[in-house]
Design a protein around this ligand. Structure first.
Ligand code: AMP
Length: 115
C-alpha cells in the first residue's frame, strides 16, 4: 500500500535497521520502546489486521509464530527470561498503524493487566 509506513519500511523506501529479514517478514526496533527490548515483527505483504489474514496466509502466520519469534527472542537474549507478544487490533485494541505487526517486548518484568 503506497501510503502505509510499514510497507515503506518493509520495502526499503524508509531506511530502517532490520533485526531480522527474510522473504516474507521484517523486524525492527520500535521508535517508541515500551521496554528495554521492543521489536516489531511485520509481514512484508500488506495485511491491515490479524483478522484480515486469509487461508492463504496460514503459512505466513505459522512462520511468524513458529520460526521468527524464536529466532528474534534468542537473538536479543530473552528466550529464557521471557517476553511478551502483543497484537493490538483495531481502534479499541489500541492499533495505531494499520499494517499488521506483532510487538515482541522484553527485558523487564511485565505487569498485568495491560493498560
Ligand atoms: P500499534 O499501536 O500496536 O499499532 O503499534 C504501532 C507501533 O509502531 C508503535 O509502538 C509505534 O511506536 C511504532 N512505530 C510507528 N512508526 C514507526 C517507525 N517509523 N519505526 C519504528 N516504529 C514505529
Amino acid at each position: 500500500m503506497s501510503d502505509c509506513i510499514f510497507c515503506k519500511i518493509a520495502g526499503g523506501e524508509i531506511k530502517t535497521d532490520f533485526i531480522y529479514e527474510d522473504e516474507t517478514v521484517v523486524a525492527f526496533r520500535d521508535l517508541n520502546p515500551q521496554a528495554p527490548e521492543h521489536i516489531l515483527i511485520v509481514p512484508k505483504k500488506h495485511v491491515a489486521k490479524i483478522i484480515d489474514f486469509s487461508a492463504d496466509d496460514k503459512n505466513l502466520a505459522a512462520h511468524i509464530f513458529v520460526d521468527v519469534v524464536e529466532e528474534i527472542a534468542k537473538k536479543i537474549g530473552v528466550d529464557e527470561k521471557g517476553f511478551r507478544l502483543v497484537i493490538n487490533t483495531g481502534e479499541e485494541g489500541g492499533q495505531t498503524v494499520g499494517h499488521l505487526h506483532v510487538h515482541l517486548i522484553g527485558g523487564r518484568k511485565m505487569t498485568w493487566p495491560p493498560g
